[in-house]
Design a protein around this ligand. Structure first.
Ligand SMILES: [Mg+2]
Length: 234
């Protein structure tokens, strides 16, 4: 049952609710399929080249490396970028994310605010099955000036849609600037999600730092405690 004083947990998407590398590898598989169909290259070899490039110094230039490896024209790279953008990603919501969302659902409104190309982000939301688990998704580049987080407008759009005030909202994200700074400046409580195993993460002013979303329900109750009208009557 919803509380009289509504409250919300709002999440970043990439590297917060699921690991972005899973989308990257899903995209690599789509590129390998395309190269195999169009250029008759070996699909498994293409995936191997892309994955190795991603792990090494060529990270960020995987498509160029792959095209060069097979002696193809660099001019096809832009088509391969489109293949990644347009493919239906194969993604699964991590267990800790599902646990947190399902545990919070009865008492909290739940939102997502994500940067990135809205149609690509929407395909991720669909693939992860998030439509069933959250109340709204704000594609940050579609609101305000279109600059995305950390601008204030995407955060304010989320609380407007959820019908809560910013001091009754908590934002959960992995990016110190886009998520923690951005949400903090509009008055939300902030939770910084850091990668598991990273030894030292510089403090970024978040109200809490966590390495797994599994602990979020307990933290949420502490950061945004229930306000009961009765407390203020006497
Ligand atoms: Mg992120």
């Amino acid at each position: 049952m919803r509380h009289e004083q509504p409250k919300a947990v709002i999440f970043d998407l990439d590297d917060t609710l699921y690991p972005l590398r899973r989308f990257v590898h899903s995209g690599f598989a789509a590129v390998a399929d395309h190269l195999a169909d169009t250029w008759r290259v070996d699909r498994r070899e293409a995936i191997g080249v892309l994955a190795r490039a991603c792990r090494g110094a060529s990270r960020g230039r995987e498509l160029q490396v792959c095209v060069a490896h097979f002696g193809l024209s660099p001019s096809i790279v832009s088509a391969l970028v489109q293949v990644i953008r347009l493919h239906a990603p194969s993604l699964r919501l991590p267990r800790a994310s599902r646990f947190a969302l399902e545990a919070l659902r009865p008492d909290w409104y739940i939102g997502v605010v994500t940067n990135g190309l809205p149609d690509v982000q929407a395909r991720k939301v669909d693939a992860l099955g998030l439509r069933e688990l959250v109340d709204t998704v704000v594609y940050a580049n579609e609101v305000g000036a279109g600059d995305g987080k950390p601008d204030r407008e995407p955060f304010l759009e989320a609380v407007r849609r959820l019908g809560v005030t910013t001091d009754r909202a908590m934002f959960v994200g992995d990016d110190a600037r886009c998520d923690v700074f951005g949400a903090g400046q509009v008055g939300m409580k902030t939770v910084h999600v850091t990668r598991r195993g990273r030894a030292h993460v510089p403090a970024c002013g978040a109200d809490a730092t966590i390495t797994t979303l599994a602990v979020l329900p307990a933290i949420a109750e502490r950061l945004v405690p229930d306000l009961r009208w009765r407390s203020y009557v006497a």
